[in-house]
Design a protein around this ligand. Structure first.
Ligand code: SF4
Length: 412
């Protein structure tokens, strides 16, 4: 069984001023002075936008989009008219539903208030702001280019736009469990996030990825990462503090005030399909994932091949479904958890197979129910919050181990 028809699209804009010390995303650093207004890097941006536009033109058409997410990289390095042209092209290809959620990732110090207004006029309804920290020393240690003052200013503009009804919502990104980060420092970060009235907050724990400056520092013994217990306590504290401020945790990393949960995020977790465009972007319009090459050269050459013959995962009816392990891993991240049997049937599992293989996973999860890390409501299982969500990896690893021991995991 394939995913339902895609009603969401992701566009990847790979350009950043510089690579942050913890980041291993598919990005193209252009230098601190780069801009899209004819300065250094503007030629690279134009050339990439031509490729992106060609990819959108090659795409099969589909139903009108309910959500669009322009991420990166730093999409706010583009001029507002370049973002407007991309949105116009996407609208021409698929159409946008009334009230579609159009999110743009923006970094402080890459835009002025007037740019925000032009972007809203171009159709952006939601902004995801890469704040990461309100502390200048931290921002420098993360390799970020903006500073506290830039962040406060950006938050102020976004909140103003929300209050006058120009924006539907905005979100603030923060990074937690940084080297040497004490409880007091983290609590102060949360207080500031609440004080700027961000209606949605995404919080990611630092993960040291191979090939980054942080990985190199870790190897040299220069990165004092928090102990597991301290990290888990801080995660649990976060939920309690934000709950007190009126936020609910609808997914492991995401907190929202009523009416501000991201609709686009939910697509990834619901098993529905999505389009994606741009280097390094992963699409799964009909269920099967397909990741594009991560460099400009390889992406350009992949695009040339696509103009001869489109990848089969992009064509309705010819792709496989998102496998059950994938759906469980994303579903367990959400507040509502998963109905194991319903998901298995949705992946094409018959009764015989469900009866043979699912009780094994249920037995593993039952031990977590006993220790309070999971909860079970009839056939629905979910991580407890905050205890289970704070140590989610333990439960997610169980899914992976169970999956690997199955005799024929990917057979329908
Ligand atoms: S701005 Fe974001 S995408 Fe760009 S390098 Fe930094 S963390 Fe990575």
């Amino acid at each position: 069984m394939t995913a339902s028809a895609p009603r969401s699209a992701y566009l990847h804009i790979p350009f950043c001023h510089r690579r942050c010390f913890y980041c291993d995303f598919a990005v193209v650093p252009l230098g601190d002075r780069a801009d899209a207004f004819g300065g250094s890097g503007s030629g690279s941006i134009e050339a990439y936008l031509d490729l992106l536009s060609a990819e959108i033109n090659l795409s099969p058409q589909g139903p009108a989009l309910a959500t669009v997410y322009v991420g990166g990289g730093t999409p706010s390095l583009l001029r507002p008219d370049q973002i407007a042209a991309l949105l116009l092209q996407l609208r021409g290809r698929f159409g946008f539903q009334d009230g579609a959620e159009i999110t743009l990732e923006m970094d402080p110090a890459t835009f002025e208030r007037s740019d925000l207004q032009s972007l809203i006029a171009a159709g952006v309804t939601r902004v995801s702001l890469g704040g990461q920290s309100f502390d200048d020393v931290r921002l420098a240690a993360l390799g970020r280019r903006h500073r506290r003052q830039d962040l406060l200013e950006a938050c102020h503009w976004l909140q103003d736009s929300l209050q006058v009804g120009e924006l539907q919502s905005w979100s603030l990104d923060l990074i937690r469990n940084l080297p040497d980060q004490g409880d007091q420092e983290w609590e102060a970060q949360l207080e500031q996030a609440v004080a700027v009235q961000a209606p949605h907050i995404s919080i990611y724990d630092l993960s040291v990825e191979p090939g980054t400056v942080f990985a190199w520092r870790e190897k040299r013994g220069e990165l004092a990462l928090p102990e597991e217990d301290a990290a888990a306590d801080r995660i649990a504290f976060t939920t309690r503090r934000l709950r007190r401020a009126g936020y609910s945790r609808y997914e492991i990393s995401n907190f929202a005030r009523p009416g501000h949960a991201s609709r686009h995020n939910r697509v990834y977790w619901s098993g529905a399909g999505w389009w994606a465009f741009g280097l390094g972007a992963t699409s799964a319009p009909w269920g099967e994932r397909m990741a594009r090459p991560r460099t400009r050269e390889a992406y350009a050459s992949w695009l040339k091949d696509q103009s001869q013959e489109l990848d089969s995962s992009l064509l309705q009816g010819s792709a496989g479904s998102l496998p059950l392990d994938d759906r469980l891993l994303v579903g367990l991240r959400c507040h509502e958890g998963v109905d194991l049997w319903e998901l298995a049937r949705g992946c094409g599992w018959d009764e015989r197979r469900c009866n043979r293989d699912l009780p094994g996973l249920e037995a593993r999860w039952q031990t977590y129910v006993v220790t309070g890390l999971m909860e079970r409501f009839g056939r629905r299982w979910r991580l407890s919050d905050p205890e289970g969500m704070a140590v989610s990896n333990q439960v997610l690893v169980e899914v992976v181990e169970w999956w690997e021991l199955l005799p024929d995991p990917v057979a329908p």
